[in-house]
Design a binder for this molecule. Sequence first.
Ligand SMILES: CC(C)(COP(=O)(O)OP(=O)(O)OC[C@H]1O[C@@H](n2cnc3c(N)ncnc32)[C@H](O)[C@@H]1OP(=O)(O)O)[C@@H](O)C(=O)NCCC(=O)NCCS
Length: 346
Amino acid sequence: MNVTIRPLDIASDVELEQYQALAEALDEDTYGGHQKQSLTQLKAELEDSPYWTARRWVAIAETLEGGEMLVGRAAVFLPLKENLETISVGVAVHPAHRGQGIGTALVEEALLPAIAESGRTLVEAYGEVEAGADPEDLRHPVHRIAARLGVSRKNLAVCRALSLPLDPALLDALDAESEERRGEYRIELWDGEIPEEHLHAYGRLLTQLEIDEPDEEVEHEPAEYTPERIRESERRMRESGTTRIVAVAVAPGGEFVGNTEVHVHEAPGSTLGYQENTLVMPDHRGHRLGLGLKVATHRQLAERAPQLRSLVTWNSHVNPWMIAVNEKLGYEVLFHELVLQGRREA
Ligand SMILES: CC(C)(COP(=O)(O)OP(=O)(O)OC[C@H]1O[C@@H](n2cnc3c(N)ncnc32)[C@H](O)[C@@H]1OP(=O)(O)O)[C@@H](O)C(=O)NCCC(=O)NCCS
């Protein structure tokens, strides 16, 4: 099979359709669900932002019949406001076409030249190792690719998935458990965009999460989530067809001390959703607010996203508190995620 590596042609709808089909196949294989984005929504997601810029490549295989098939993808992301030494890279190959050198070709022909051109000195990548396999086994394809990129494991996370729909009785029981310790704290649900008057406070929660999340030896500068940055991310989400369900924890004095977000794609055929950042501020831990926040968002799913079959989330393996909350809700391990980094000469 002859494979060509070239930049993704975003002017070609035929190519974008194949690119979307590859994304769906990868998500089905990894998470047991996928998102059905339209081409307009996909184009919105592929646009650069004021906070980072990206380059993307595809691997095209020529089939015996003379046709072409998009079988792999690679991308680099350059943060523009913080982490200015970092270049974040990704590579993935269709599950049916692995083990034939396509991943290696994407690394050698696209990623390594782009890393060199960028002048950035800290290379970062993420890799998946299936549950049950040893994430440290250097014979695994992820480590083979990582060695070519000059990166090695700096943190280990676990991806878990929750099968939906949930039993309302379980949510009632968990809410009662959280309420026992909640005292004067309140949980509030926000529908869609962050209210204007709370943008600054919400941004502080988002930055705090990046500071507090256990990430072992990963080098990462927390981002500053200004009101403009939050609005920009909301615009992108809207244009790519994603809505968010947000819950915040409010302390007896009225300040915001915790949050959680679930991101859901609106198309009826989108079966996969993401449980994103959950945080309780350090001085307010121990009131079961993490559990209360998650119960509040997960309760919304039956009504606001009945199309979902699977909700996925990531935790560092050194975050027993968050993992315990997720296990109570019924999340089960899908795979190990490696955070890989490596330094290079400019
Ligand atoms: C990692 C990934 C991109 C590799 O793609 P690929 O096209 O199979 O890669 P290659 O065929 O070039 O193989 C790379 C190495 O893994 C080995 N390999 C690939 N499949 C293998 C298998 N099933 N069993 C054992 N070794 C395997 C190859 O022999 C090669 O080894 P080498 O370095 O000694 O030559 C692919 O498995 C994937 O998409 N995984 C999910 C996404 C991911 O985790 N990406 C992060 C990469 S850091």
